[in-house]
Design a protein around this ligand. Structure first.
Ligand SMILES: [Mn+2]
Length: 258
């Protein structure tokens, strides 16, 4: 499903992955590998399940598009400090597997990606970018910083992550579900913006239709000079059920806040 009439960025069924044919790439973000071990260190047991799910999604994204490039827009890993055992093993296995399919993997640094360079410098065809990436009509930044430099480049569309956007949907008997989503629309500064869903199936997302703009995580999305959240649209993404497009948030978000 295309996000904009004039650009080719689109969803692939209900996968939490975006496809951009003009740059021969798919893009994902917020994998948070090693999250289970980080929880275990806090005394919370969560079975190790993310890796296999994430791997399966990425393989499916590749098979559906056959692109040469995979862009990981930040937070490949979870732990802020040095590597946990689980992180190192999972990142090495993931990159090795993916490089049998993609010709090139570009990783844009997220706020969790400290020390990541130590692992990925061993891999040929993996590029690590510490600020932002511009490619074709698109600019990629993780979104934990304002990245004003990126706004002054010529790109037409800025793709960020970090927010883990989701929609909180309630029915009339107050049953609530939370569905990962891609959030997108026009900014106030002449560029389009896309907020990617998290690829991690377990790191909880922000319900973008149920909270004030001032509580968004990304400084780009909090900045009312740059964007009006109510003006953004969302596509809810469910792996089984598919993609569901919603109108601009301001047209319906108040109805849900009872
Ligand atoms: Mn982040």
């Amino acid at each position: 499903m295309k996000l904009f009439e004039t650009l080719d960025i689109k969803t692939i069924n209900g996968l939490p992955i975006l496809y951009i044919p003009s740059i021969n790439a798919i893009t994902v973000a917020d994998l948070h590998l090693g999250y289970e071990e980080a929880l275990a260190n806090k005394g919370i047991f969560y079975p190790k399940s993310q890796f296999n799910i994430i791997m399966k999604l990425l393989v499916e994204g590749f098979e559906k598009t056959n692109t040469d490039i995979l862009i990981i827009n930040g937070d490949l890993k979870h732990e802020f400090g040095r590597f946990s055992f689980q992180e190192r093993k999972e990142i090495e296995t993931l990159l090795k597997e993916l490089l049998t399919r993609f010709k090139k993997i570009i990783i844009v640094r997220g706020n969790h990606d400290n020390y990541l360079i130590n692992i990925i410098r061993k891999f040929e065809n993996v590029e690590f970018i510490s600020s932002y990436l511009t490619i074709g009509k698109y600019g990629f930044a993780h979104g934990h910083e304002l990245s004003l430099d990126l706004f002054s480049t010529k790109v037409e569309c800025i793709v960020i992550a970090h927010e883990h956007p989701a929609l909180g949907l309630k029915d009339d008997v107050y049953v609530k579900i939370k569905v990962p989503a891609v959030l997108f629309g026009e900014t106030k500064v002449g560029k389009k913006i896309v907020v990617q869903p998290a690829l991690s199936p377990i790191v909880l997302g922000v319900e973008v239709n149920m909270q004030p703009q001032s509580e968004f995580l990304s400084p780009i999305l909090r900045d009312k000079k740059i964007v009006d959240i109510g003006n953004l649209e969302a596509i809810a993404l469910d792996i089984e059920a598919g993609a569901f497009r919603f109108p601009k948030l301001k047209k319906w978000q108040k109805i849900l806040q009872y």
